[in-house]
Design a binder for this molecule. Structure first.
Ligand code: 16G
Ligand code: MG
Length: 547
Protein backbone atom coordinates (compact mmCIF):
# COMPACT_ATOMS: atom_id res chain seq x y z
CA UNK A 1 0.00 0.00 0.00
CA UNK A 2 1.61 3.32 -1.00
CA UNK A 3 1.91 5.79 1.90
CA UNK A 4 -0.56 8.20 0.27
CA UNK A 5 -3.40 5.75 0.94
CA UNK A 6 -2.73 6.12 4.64
CA UNK A 7 -4.50 9.50 4.39
CA UNK A 8 -7.77 7.74 4.89
CA UNK A 9 -6.46 6.71 8.33
CA UNK A 10 -6.41 10.36 9.29
CA UNK A 11 -9.65 11.16 7.49
CA UNK A 12 -11.62 8.52 9.39
CA UNK A 13 -10.05 9.65 12.66
CA UNK A 14 -10.86 13.30 12.13
CA UNK A 15 -14.37 12.83 10.78
CA UNK A 16 -15.64 9.95 12.85
CA UNK A 17 -13.43 8.92 15.76
CA UNK A 18 -11.40 11.93 16.87
CA UNK A 19 -9.23 11.71 19.95
CA UNK A 20 -11.02 13.92 22.42
CA UNK A 21 -9.15 13.07 25.58
CA UNK A 22 -5.60 13.71 26.70
CA UNK A 23 -5.70 10.98 29.34
CA UNK A 24 -2.83 8.52 28.75
CA UNK A 25 -4.11 5.01 28.30
CA UNK A 26 -2.12 1.77 28.50
CA UNK A 27 -2.60 -1.70 26.99
CA UNK A 28 -2.62 -3.60 30.28
CA UNK A 29 -3.02 -7.21 31.39
CA UNK A 30 -6.31 -7.51 29.55
CA UNK A 31 -6.08 -4.83 26.87
CA UNK A 32 -7.36 -1.24 27.22
CA UNK A 33 -10.03 -0.77 29.83
CA UNK A 34 -11.57 2.48 31.09
CA UNK A 35 -14.74 4.57 30.93
CA UNK A 36 -16.50 3.76 27.66
CA UNK A 37 -16.66 7.41 26.57
CA UNK A 38 -12.85 7.61 26.49
CA UNK A 39 -12.42 4.66 24.18
CA UNK A 40 -13.79 5.35 20.72
CA UNK A 41 -10.56 6.59 19.17
CA UNK A 42 -8.65 3.80 20.91
CA UNK A 43 -10.87 1.10 19.43
CA UNK A 44 -10.67 2.68 15.97
CA UNK A 45 -6.89 2.58 16.22
CA UNK A 46 -6.97 -1.05 17.36
CA UNK A 47 -8.85 -1.74 14.13
CA UNK A 48 -5.82 -0.31 12.30
CA UNK A 49 -3.40 -2.30 14.41
CA UNK A 50 -5.30 -5.56 13.92
CA UNK A 51 -4.92 -5.17 10.14
CA UNK A 52 -1.18 -4.57 10.49
CA UNK A 53 -0.88 -7.55 12.81
CA UNK A 54 -2.85 -9.75 10.40
CA UNK A 55 -0.46 -8.82 7.57
CA UNK A 56 2.59 -9.50 9.75
CA UNK A 57 1.06 -12.92 10.33
CA UNK A 58 0.73 -13.51 6.59
CA UNK A 59 -2.93 -12.62 6.36
CA UNK A 60 -4.05 -14.89 9.20
CA UNK A 61 -7.10 -13.67 11.09
CA UNK A 62 -6.79 -11.47 14.20
CA UNK A 63 -9.59 -10.85 16.70
CA UNK A 64 -10.86 -7.68 18.38
CA UNK A 65 -13.04 -8.13 21.45
CA UNK A 66 -14.97 -5.18 22.89
CA UNK A 67 -15.52 -5.84 26.58
CA UNK A 68 -14.65 -4.73 30.09
CA UNK A 69 -15.30 -8.18 31.53
CA UNK A 70 -16.35 -7.96 35.20
CA UNK A 71 -16.19 -4.15 35.42
CA UNK A 72 -19.41 -2.23 35.92
CA UNK A 73 -21.62 -1.02 33.06
CA UNK A 74 -20.05 2.46 32.42
CA UNK A 75 -16.67 0.90 31.59
CA UNK A 76 -15.67 -0.80 28.41
CA UNK A 77 -12.49 -2.13 26.85
CA UNK A 78 -10.81 -3.65 23.87
CA UNK A 79 -8.29 -6.42 23.42
CA UNK A 80 -6.66 -8.10 20.45
CA UNK A 81 -6.58 -11.83 19.85
CA UNK A 82 -3.64 -13.49 18.09
CA UNK A 83 -4.04 -16.08 15.28
CA UNK A 84 -3.97 -19.17 17.51
CA UNK A 85 -6.70 -17.66 19.63
CA UNK A 86 -4.22 -16.50 22.27
CA UNK A 87 -3.83 -13.07 23.82
CA UNK A 88 -1.84 -10.49 21.84
CA UNK A 89 1.91 -11.13 21.87
CA UNK A 90 3.38 -9.13 24.72
CA UNK A 91 5.91 -7.20 22.63
CA UNK A 92 3.00 -5.61 20.73
CA UNK A 93 1.43 -4.15 23.88
CA UNK A 94 3.84 -1.23 23.73
CA UNK A 95 3.00 -0.66 20.04
CA UNK A 96 -0.71 -0.71 20.86
CA UNK A 97 -0.15 1.81 23.65
CA UNK A 98 1.83 4.10 21.37
CA UNK A 99 -0.79 4.02 18.63
CA UNK A 100 -3.62 4.66 21.11
CA UNK A 101 -2.00 7.78 22.55
CA UNK A 102 -0.70 9.78 19.57
CA UNK A 103 -2.63 12.86 18.50
CA UNK A 104 -4.89 12.66 15.44
CA UNK A 105 -2.38 14.83 13.59
CA UNK A 106 0.40 12.31 14.20
CA UNK A 107 -1.73 9.24 13.59
CA UNK A 108 -0.87 8.85 9.91
CA UNK A 109 2.88 9.12 10.44
CA UNK A 110 2.85 6.87 13.50
CA UNK A 111 0.89 4.25 11.60
CA UNK A 112 3.43 4.43 8.79
CA UNK A 113 6.30 4.14 11.24
CA UNK A 114 4.76 1.07 12.92
CA UNK A 115 4.18 -0.59 9.55
CA UNK A 116 7.89 -0.14 8.78
CA UNK A 117 9.02 -1.23 12.22
CA UNK A 118 7.13 -4.53 12.20
CA UNK A 119 7.82 -5.02 8.50
CA UNK A 120 4.20 -5.52 7.46
CA UNK A 121 3.57 -6.22 3.79
CA UNK A 122 0.59 -3.93 3.18
CA UNK A 123 -0.16 -5.60 -0.15
CA UNK A 124 -1.34 -8.74 1.63
CA UNK A 125 -4.95 -9.49 2.49
CA UNK A 126 -5.93 -8.94 6.11
CA UNK A 127 -8.81 -10.44 8.07
CA UNK A 128 -10.21 -9.27 11.41
CA UNK A 129 -12.99 -10.87 13.50
CA UNK A 130 -14.87 -8.47 15.80
CA UNK A 131 -17.04 -9.41 18.77
CA UNK A 132 -18.61 -7.50 21.66
CA UNK A 133 -20.23 -8.01 25.05
CA UNK A 134 -23.72 -6.82 26.06
CA UNK A 135 -22.82 -3.27 27.19
CA UNK A 136 -24.91 -0.56 25.56
CA UNK A 137 -21.70 1.22 24.53
CA UNK A 138 -20.34 -1.83 22.70
CA UNK A 139 -22.07 -1.51 19.27
CA UNK A 140 -20.69 2.00 18.78
CA UNK A 141 -17.20 0.84 19.68
CA UNK A 142 -17.49 -2.21 17.42
CA UNK A 143 -18.37 0.17 14.57
CA UNK A 144 -15.19 2.15 15.31
CA UNK A 145 -13.17 -1.07 15.10
CA UNK A 146 -14.75 -1.85 11.72
CA UNK A 147 -13.77 1.60 10.43
CA UNK A 148 -10.19 1.03 11.55
CA UNK A 149 -10.06 -2.24 9.65
CA UNK A 150 -11.57 -0.71 6.52
CA UNK A 151 -9.24 2.31 6.66
CA UNK A 152 -6.30 -0.03 6.04
CA UNK A 153 -8.22 -2.15 3.50
CA UNK A 154 -8.62 -5.17 5.72
CA UNK A 155 -11.75 -7.34 5.78
CA UNK A 156 -13.78 -7.11 8.99
CA UNK A 157 -16.25 -9.77 10.04
CA UNK A 158 -18.63 -8.94 12.84
CA UNK A 159 -19.84 -11.63 15.26
CA UNK A 160 -22.19 -9.38 17.23
CA UNK A 161 -22.65 -10.26 20.90
CA UNK A 162 -20.46 -13.21 21.87
CA UNK A 163 -18.52 -14.30 24.94
CA UNK A 164 -14.83 -13.46 24.83
CA UNK A 165 -13.89 -17.17 24.61
CA UNK A 166 -16.28 -17.76 21.68
CA UNK A 167 -14.42 -15.09 19.71
CA UNK A 168 -11.03 -16.59 20.69
CA UNK A 169 -12.32 -19.96 19.50
CA UNK A 170 -13.56 -18.55 16.16
CA UNK A 171 -10.24 -16.83 15.47
CA UNK A 172 -8.38 -20.07 16.14
CA UNK A 173 -10.71 -22.10 13.90
CA UNK A 174 -10.45 -19.60 11.05
CA UNK A 175 -6.67 -20.08 11.09
CA UNK A 176 -6.67 -23.81 11.83
CA UNK A 177 -9.73 -25.60 10.49
CA UNK A 178 -8.83 -28.84 12.30
CA UNK A 179 -9.90 -27.09 15.53
CA UNK A 180 -13.53 -26.58 14.51
CA UNK A 181 -15.92 -24.38 12.54
CA UNK A 182 -15.39 -20.63 13.08
CA UNK A 183 -18.96 -19.74 14.02
CA UNK A 184 -20.98 -19.53 17.21
CA UNK A 185 -22.93 -22.62 16.07
CA UNK A 186 -19.65 -24.41 15.38
CA UNK A 187 -18.62 -23.65 18.95
CA UNK A 188 -21.82 -25.14 20.38
CA UNK A 189 -21.49 -28.22 18.18
CA UNK A 190 -17.97 -28.87 19.43
CA UNK A 191 -18.27 -28.06 23.14
CA UNK A 192 -21.87 -29.02 23.84
CA UNK A 193 -21.72 -31.92 21.38
CA UNK A 194 -18.78 -33.43 23.27
CA UNK A 195 -20.59 -32.92 26.59
CA UNK A 196 -23.64 -34.77 25.34
CA UNK A 197 -21.49 -37.59 23.95
CA UNK A 198 -19.76 -38.05 27.29
CA UNK A 199 -22.90 -37.84 29.35
CA UNK A 200 -24.54 -40.59 27.31
CA UNK A 201 -21.75 -42.84 28.54
CA UNK A 202 -21.77 -41.72 32.18
CA UNK A 203 -24.63 -42.85 34.41
CA UNK A 204 -25.89 -40.26 36.89
CA UNK A 205 -25.43 -41.53 40.42
CA UNK A 206 -24.17 -40.98 43.95
CA UNK A 207 -24.64 -37.46 45.26
CA UNK A 208 -24.55 -35.89 41.82
CA UNK A 209 -27.77 -34.26 40.67
CA UNK A 210 -28.39 -32.87 37.20
CA UNK A 211 -29.78 -29.52 38.37
CA UNK A 212 -27.37 -26.63 38.17
CA UNK A 213 -28.20 -23.03 39.06
CA UNK A 214 -26.32 -20.33 37.16
CA UNK A 215 -25.69 -16.66 37.99
CA UNK A 216 -25.19 -15.07 34.56
CA UNK A 217 -23.89 -11.71 35.92
CA UNK A 218 -26.46 -10.04 33.63
CA UNK A 219 -23.91 -10.47 30.88
CA UNK A 220 -23.35 -12.48 27.72
CA UNK A 221 -22.50 -15.88 29.26
CA UNK A 222 -25.98 -16.44 30.69
CA UNK A 223 -27.57 -15.47 27.38
CA UNK A 224 -25.53 -18.07 25.55
CA UNK A 225 -26.38 -20.72 28.16
CA UNK A 226 -30.02 -19.91 27.54
CA UNK A 227 -29.49 -20.93 23.91
CA UNK A 228 -27.56 -24.06 24.91
CA UNK A 229 -30.12 -25.01 27.59
CA UNK A 230 -32.70 -26.01 25.02
CA UNK A 231 -30.43 -28.60 23.45
CA UNK A 232 -29.35 -30.24 26.71
CA UNK A 233 -32.33 -32.50 27.37
CA UNK A 234 -32.08 -34.48 30.61
CA UNK A 235 -28.31 -34.40 30.80
CA UNK A 236 -28.20 -31.10 32.62
CA UNK A 237 -31.06 -28.99 33.90
CA UNK A 238 -29.85 -25.39 33.92
CA UNK A 239 -31.79 -22.93 36.06
CA UNK A 240 -30.61 -19.53 34.90
CA UNK A 241 -30.61 -16.29 36.90
CA UNK A 242 -29.31 -12.80 36.16
CA UNK A 243 -29.78 -12.95 32.43
CA UNK A 244 -29.94 -9.20 32.00
CA UNK A 245 -33.68 -8.56 32.08
CA UNK A 246 -35.83 -7.35 34.99
CA UNK A 247 -33.62 -4.34 35.75
CA UNK A 248 -30.60 -6.49 36.64
CA UNK A 249 -27.39 -4.54 36.02
CA UNK A 250 -24.26 -6.06 34.52
CA UNK A 251 -21.88 -7.37 37.23
CA UNK A 252 -23.64 -5.30 39.91
CA UNK A 253 -23.65 -7.36 43.12
CA UNK A 254 -23.49 -10.50 41.03
CA UNK A 255 -21.10 -12.46 38.86
CA UNK A 256 -17.91 -14.41 39.46
CA UNK A 257 -15.75 -11.48 40.54
CA UNK A 258 -18.29 -10.20 43.06
CA UNK A 259 -18.77 -13.67 44.52
CA UNK A 260 -15.04 -14.38 44.78
CA UNK A 261 -13.87 -11.04 46.16
CA UNK A 262 -16.76 -10.30 48.53
CA UNK A 263 -17.25 -13.98 49.46
CA UNK A 264 -20.99 -13.32 49.29
CA UNK A 265 -23.81 -14.86 47.29
CA UNK A 266 -25.01 -12.71 44.36
CA UNK A 267 -28.34 -10.90 44.29
CA UNK A 268 -31.01 -12.19 41.93
CA UNK A 269 -30.61 -15.94 42.64
CA UNK A 270 -33.29 -17.87 44.53
CA UNK A 271 -31.10 -20.14 46.63
CA UNK A 272 -31.87 -23.58 47.99
CA UNK A 273 -29.63 -25.09 50.68
CA UNK A 274 -26.75 -27.20 49.26
CA UNK A 275 -27.77 -26.50 45.65
CA UNK A 276 -24.61 -25.84 43.61
CA UNK A 277 -24.51 -22.57 41.72
CA UNK A 278 -22.10 -21.55 38.98
CA UNK A 279 -21.36 -17.85 38.79
CA UNK A 280 -20.02 -16.41 35.51
CA UNK A 281 -18.44 -13.04 34.84
CA UNK A 282 -19.73 -10.38 32.42
CA UNK A 283 -17.96 -11.64 29.28
CA UNK A 284 -18.08 -15.34 30.11
CA UNK A 285 -14.41 -16.13 30.60
CA UNK A 286 -14.47 -16.75 34.36
CA UNK A 287 -16.44 -19.11 36.53
CA UNK A 288 -16.62 -19.96 40.21
CA UNK A 289 -19.03 -22.29 41.99
CA UNK A 290 -20.59 -21.97 45.42
CA UNK A 291 -23.44 -23.22 47.56
CA UNK A 292 -25.26 -22.02 50.64
CA UNK A 293 -25.67 -24.45 53.52
CA UNK A 294 -28.80 -24.78 55.66
CA UNK A 295 -27.63 -21.80 57.75
CA UNK A 296 -27.21 -19.74 54.59
CA UNK A 297 -23.45 -19.71 55.00
CA UNK A 298 -21.70 -19.49 51.65
CA UNK A 299 -19.13 -22.08 50.59
CA UNK A 300 -17.01 -20.98 47.65
CA UNK A 301 -15.50 -23.34 45.09
CA UNK A 302 -13.10 -21.04 43.29
CA UNK A 303 -10.60 -21.39 40.46
CA UNK A 304 -8.17 -23.37 42.65
CA UNK A 305 -10.93 -25.81 43.47
CA UNK A 306 -11.92 -26.18 39.81
CA UNK A 307 -8.28 -26.73 38.83
CA UNK A 308 -7.82 -29.50 41.39
CA UNK A 309 -11.04 -31.20 40.30
CA UNK A 310 -10.08 -31.15 36.63
CA UNK A 311 -6.47 -32.18 37.29
CA UNK A 312 -7.47 -35.11 39.46
CA UNK A 313 -10.17 -36.31 37.04
CA UNK A 314 -7.81 -36.13 34.06
CA UNK A 315 -5.09 -37.90 36.08
CA UNK A 316 -7.59 -40.64 36.88
CA UNK A 317 -8.49 -41.08 33.20
CA UNK A 318 -4.83 -41.02 32.17
CA UNK A 319 -3.93 -43.78 34.55
CA UNK A 320 -7.00 -45.80 33.53
CA UNK A 321 -5.89 -45.68 29.93
CA UNK A 322 -2.25 -46.28 30.79
CA UNK A 323 -0.92 -43.14 29.13
CA UNK A 324 2.46 -41.88 30.30
CA UNK A 325 1.95 -38.15 30.03
CA UNK A 326 3.22 -35.34 32.21
CA UNK A 327 0.32 -33.41 33.71
CA UNK A 328 1.04 -30.21 35.60
CA UNK A 329 -0.86 -27.39 37.16
CA UNK A 330 -0.20 -23.67 36.89
CA UNK A 331 -1.28 -21.23 39.58
CA UNK A 332 -0.45 -17.72 40.76
CA UNK A 333 0.52 -16.43 44.19
CA UNK A 334 -3.21 -15.96 44.88
CA UNK A 335 -3.79 -19.71 44.91
CA UNK A 336 -4.83 -20.79 48.35
CA UNK A 337 -1.89 -22.47 50.12
CA UNK A 338 -4.12 -25.42 51.03
CA UNK A 339 -4.84 -26.06 47.35
CA UNK A 340 -1.14 -26.07 46.44
CA UNK A 341 -0.41 -28.46 49.29
CA UNK A 342 -3.24 -30.78 48.26
CA UNK A 343 -2.14 -30.81 44.63
CA UNK A 344 1.52 -31.47 45.26
CA UNK A 345 1.21 -33.82 48.23
CA UNK A 346 -2.03 -35.73 47.67
CA UNK A 347 -2.45 -35.63 43.91
CA UNK A 348 1.34 -35.68 43.34
CA UNK A 349 0.91 -33.26 40.47
CA UNK A 350 3.72 -30.73 39.88
CA UNK A 351 2.78 -27.06 40.28
CA UNK A 352 4.27 -24.02 38.55
CA UNK A 353 3.63 -20.59 40.05
CA UNK A 354 3.64 -17.60 37.68
CA UNK A 355 2.79 -13.89 37.68
CA UNK A 356 -0.84 -12.77 37.63
CA UNK A 357 -2.42 -12.48 34.16
CA UNK A 358 -3.75 -15.12 31.83
CA UNK A 359 -0.93 -14.89 29.29
CA UNK A 360 1.63 -15.94 31.91
CA UNK A 361 -0.41 -18.96 33.00
CA UNK A 362 -1.15 -19.97 29.44
CA UNK A 363 2.51 -20.02 28.44
CA UNK A 364 3.60 -21.93 31.50
CA UNK A 365 0.89 -24.55 30.92
CA UNK A 366 2.29 -25.20 27.44
CA UNK A 367 5.41 -26.67 29.06
CA UNK A 368 3.48 -29.77 30.17
CA UNK A 369 1.99 -32.57 28.05
CA UNK A 370 -1.26 -31.61 29.73
CA UNK A 371 -1.27 -28.26 31.52
CA UNK A 372 -4.17 -27.23 33.73
CA UNK A 373 -4.08 -23.53 34.57
CA UNK A 374 -6.38 -21.50 36.75
CA UNK A 375 -6.32 -18.22 38.59
CA UNK A 376 -8.10 -18.36 41.93
CA UNK A 377 -10.58 -15.84 40.46
CA UNK A 378 -11.92 -18.53 38.11
CA UNK A 379 -10.11 -17.89 34.84
CA UNK A 380 -8.54 -21.03 33.43
CA UNK A 381 -8.55 -23.95 31.06
CA UNK A 382 -6.60 -27.06 30.10
CA UNK A 383 -4.01 -27.29 27.32
CA UNK A 384 -3.12 -30.60 25.67
CA UNK A 385 0.06 -30.93 23.58
CA UNK A 386 0.02 -32.62 20.16
CA UNK A 387 1.97 -35.45 21.76
CA UNK A 388 -0.72 -35.88 24.41
CA UNK A 389 -3.53 -35.88 21.84
CA UNK A 390 -1.75 -38.38 19.61
CA UNK A 391 -0.90 -40.69 22.50
CA UNK A 392 -4.50 -40.74 23.70
CA UNK A 393 -5.85 -41.22 20.16
CA UNK A 394 -3.58 -44.19 19.66
CA UNK A 395 -4.79 -45.82 22.88
CA UNK A 396 -8.41 -45.16 21.89
CA UNK A 397 -7.76 -47.10 18.70
CA UNK A 398 -5.33 -49.80 19.77
CA UNK A 399 -5.54 -50.21 23.56
CA UNK A 400 -7.22 -52.89 25.69
CA UNK A 401 -11.01 -52.61 26.01
CA UNK A 402 -10.98 -50.71 29.33
CA UNK A 403 -8.13 -48.50 28.21
CA UNK A 404 -9.98 -47.69 25.01
CA UNK A 405 -13.01 -46.62 27.01
CA UNK A 406 -11.06 -44.19 29.20
CA UNK A 407 -9.09 -42.86 26.24
CA UNK A 408 -12.40 -42.33 24.41
CA UNK A 409 -13.75 -40.33 27.34
CA UNK A 410 -10.56 -38.33 27.49
CA UNK A 411 -10.78 -37.48 23.79
CA UNK A 412 -14.30 -36.13 24.32
CA UNK A 413 -13.04 -34.23 27.37
CA UNK A 414 -10.39 -32.63 25.18
CA UNK A 415 -13.00 -31.78 22.56
CA UNK A 416 -15.10 -30.08 25.23
CA UNK A 417 -12.19 -27.87 26.32
CA UNK A 418 -11.69 -24.42 24.84
CA UNK A 419 -7.91 -24.48 24.67
CA UNK A 420 -7.55 -20.93 23.43
CA UNK A 421 -8.39 -19.19 26.70
CA UNK A 422 -10.28 -19.67 29.98
CA UNK A 423 -13.94 -20.19 29.13
CA UNK A 424 -16.75 -20.19 31.69
CA UNK A 425 -19.08 -22.28 29.49
CA UNK A 426 -16.51 -24.90 28.55
CA UNK A 427 -15.27 -25.02 32.18
CA UNK A 428 -18.85 -25.51 33.36
CA UNK A 429 -19.19 -28.61 31.20
CA UNK A 430 -15.77 -29.91 32.30
CA UNK A 431 -16.72 -29.52 35.96
CA UNK A 432 -20.17 -31.06 35.53
CA UNK A 433 -18.64 -34.04 33.74
CA UNK A 434 -16.00 -34.63 36.44
CA UNK A 435 -18.59 -34.35 39.23
CA UNK A 436 -20.99 -36.68 37.43
CA UNK A 437 -18.26 -39.24 36.75
CA UNK A 438 -17.39 -39.27 40.44
CA UNK A 439 -20.95 -39.17 41.72
CA UNK A 440 -20.16 -36.02 43.69
CA UNK A 441 -22.22 -33.01 44.60
CA UNK A 442 -20.69 -29.70 45.63
CA UNK A 443 -20.34 -30.83 49.25
CA UNK A 444 -18.20 -33.84 48.41
CA UNK A 445 -16.18 -31.72 46.01
CA UNK A 446 -15.56 -29.29 48.88
CA UNK A 447 -14.18 -32.06 51.08
CA UNK A 448 -10.96 -32.55 49.07
CA UNK A 449 -9.18 -29.95 51.22
CA UNK A 450 -9.98 -27.04 53.52
CA UNK A 451 -9.05 -23.57 52.30
CA UNK A 452 -6.86 -21.47 54.55
CA UNK A 453 -8.73 -18.29 55.53
CA UNK A 454 -7.46 -15.36 53.46
CA UNK A 455 -8.01 -11.65 52.98
CA UNK A 456 -7.28 -9.21 50.16
CA UNK A 457 -6.83 -5.47 50.68
CA UNK A 458 -5.88 -2.50 48.52
CA UNK A 459 -3.58 0.36 49.46
CA UNK A 460 -3.32 3.62 47.53
CA UNK A 461 0.21 4.99 47.20
CA UNK A 462 1.80 7.89 45.32
CA UNK A 463 3.27 5.64 42.65
CA UNK A 464 2.35 1.98 42.62
CA UNK A 465 5.32 1.22 40.39
CA UNK A 466 7.50 1.94 43.42
CA UNK A 467 6.63 -1.66 44.31
CA UNK A 468 8.59 -4.26 42.38
CA UNK A 469 8.40 -7.98 42.87
CA UNK A 470 10.18 -11.17 41.88
CA UNK A 471 9.63 -14.94 42.19
CA UNK A 472 6.16 -14.84 40.58
CA UNK A 473 5.19 -11.80 42.70
CA UNK A 474 5.78 -13.66 45.95
CA UNK A 475 8.78 -11.57 46.98
CA UNK A 476 8.92 -7.78 47.04
CA UNK A 477 12.26 -6.30 45.92
CA UNK A 478 11.49 -2.61 46.41
CA UNK A 479 11.01 -0.37 48.29
CA UNK A 480 13.86 -1.41 50.48
CA UNK A 481 12.93 -3.03 53.75
CA UNK A 482 9.36 -3.92 52.82
CA UNK A 483 10.02 -7.62 52.20
CA UNK A 484 11.92 -7.96 55.50
CA UNK A 485 9.01 -6.31 57.27
CA UNK A 486 6.49 -8.64 55.59
CA UNK A 487 8.54 -11.67 56.63
CA UNK A 488 8.69 -10.45 60.23
CA UNK A 489 4.93 -10.01 60.29
CA UNK A 490 4.22 -13.37 58.64
CA UNK A 491 6.48 -15.19 61.12
CA UNK A 492 4.05 -14.25 63.87
CA UNK A 493 1.24 -16.39 62.39
CA UNK A 494 0.66 -20.06 62.08
CA UNK A 495 0.35 -21.05 58.35
CA UNK A 496 0.92 -17.39 57.58
CA UNK A 497 1.73 -16.17 54.08
CA UNK A 498 1.51 -12.70 52.56
CA UNK A 499 2.59 -10.81 49.47
CA UNK A 500 2.05 -7.42 47.84
CA UNK A 501 1.98 -6.43 44.16
CA UNK A 502 1.04 -3.39 42.08
CA UNK A 503 -2.30 -3.96 40.34
CA UNK A 504 -2.23 -4.15 36.56
CA UNK A 505 -5.77 -2.84 36.21
CA UNK A 506 -6.27 -0.28 38.99
CA UNK A 507 -4.09 2.43 40.51
CA UNK A 508 -3.54 0.55 43.78
CA UNK A 509 -1.19 -1.89 45.51
CA UNK A 510 -2.82 -5.23 46.30
CA UNK A 511 -2.19 -7.06 49.55
CA UNK A 512 -2.90 -10.76 50.05
CA UNK A 513 -2.62 -12.64 53.34
CA UNK A 514 -3.62 -16.05 54.58
CA UNK A 515 -3.32 -17.74 57.97
CA UNK A 516 -4.88 -20.47 60.08
CA UNK A 517 -7.89 -18.42 61.19
CA UNK A 518 -9.92 -15.68 59.53
CA UNK A 519 -9.09 -13.32 62.37
CA UNK A 520 -5.37 -13.90 61.84
CA UNK A 521 -5.65 -13.53 58.06
CA UNK A 522 -7.53 -10.23 58.54
CA UNK A 523 -4.98 -8.96 61.03
CA UNK A 524 -1.97 -10.01 58.98
CA UNK A 525 -3.38 -8.38 55.84
CA UNK A 526 -3.99 -5.15 57.71
CA UNK A 527 -0.47 -5.17 59.18
CA UNK A 528 1.07 -5.73 55.77
CA UNK A 529 -1.14 -2.96 54.34
CA UNK A 530 0.22 -0.63 57.02
CA UNK A 531 3.77 -1.61 56.11
CA UNK A 532 3.05 -0.81 52.44
CA UNK A 533 1.51 2.49 53.43
CA UNK A 534 4.52 3.45 55.57
CA UNK A 535 7.31 2.24 53.30
CA UNK A 536 5.85 2.82 49.82
CA UNK A 537 4.41 6.34 50.16
CA UNK A 538 0.79 5.72 51.11
CA UNK A 539 -1.76 8.46 50.43
CA UNK A 540 -5.06 9.11 52.19
CA UNK A 541 -5.78 7.60 55.56
CA UNK A 542 -3.54 4.93 57.04
CA UNK A 543 -5.06 1.42 56.85
CA UNK A 544 -6.45 0.39 60.21
CA UNK A 545 -5.95 -2.82 62.12
CA UNK A 546 -9.13 -4.81 62.81
CA UNK A 547 -10.50 -4.17 66.30
C1 16G B 1 -6.94 -9.07 34.37
C2 16G B 1 -6.46 -10.42 33.93
C3 16G B 1 -6.66 -11.43 35.02
C4 16G B 1 -6.01 -10.97 36.29
C5 16G B 1 -6.45 -9.58 36.66
C6 16G B 1 -5.60 -9.05 37.80
C7 16G B 1 -6.56 -11.38 31.71
C8 16G B 1 -7.43 -11.79 30.56
N1 16G B 1 -7.18 -10.87 32.75
O1 16G B 1 -8.32 -9.06 34.56
O2 16G B 1 -6.08 -12.62 34.59
O3 16G B 1 -6.31 -11.83 37.36
O4 16G B 1 -6.27 -8.72 35.55
O5 16G B 1 -5.94 -7.73 38.06
O6 16G B 1 -5.34 -11.52 31.67
P1 16G B 1 -5.04 -6.83 38.98
O7 16G B 1 -3.66 -6.75 38.33
O8 16G B 1 -5.74 -5.54 39.06
O9 16G B 1 -4.95 -7.50 40.31
MG1 MG C 1 -13.86 -11.76 31.98
Amino acid sequence: MPPSSLRVVYAFAREMHPKTSEVFIQYGTAGFRTKANLLEHVVYRMGLLAVIRSRVKNGRTIGIMITASHNLEPDNGVKLIDPDGEMLEQSWEEIATRLANVSDNDLESTTEQIIKEVNADMALKASVFIGMDTRYTSPRLAAAAVHGVIALKGTPKEFGIVTTPILHYCVRCRNDNTYGTPTEEGYYEKIVGAFKNIREKLPVGGEYTTTLYVDGANGVGGKKLNIIKKSLGDELDLVLYNLGGNGGKLNLNCGADFVKVSQQAPVGVEHKPWQRVASLDGDGDRIVYYYLDDKEKMHLLDGDRIATLLASYITQLLSACGAQLRLGLVQTAYANGASTQYITQQLKVPVTCVKTGVKHLHHAAQAYDIGVYFEANGHGTVLYSENAKNTIKKIAEEGEVEQRKSAGLLLQYIEMTNETVGDALSDLFLVETALCARGQGARQWMQAYTDLPCRQLKVTVQDRNAISTTDAERVCTSPEGLQTRIEELVSGYSSGRAFVRPSGTEDVVRVYAEADTQQSADKLSAEVAQAVFDLAGGVGSRPELPA
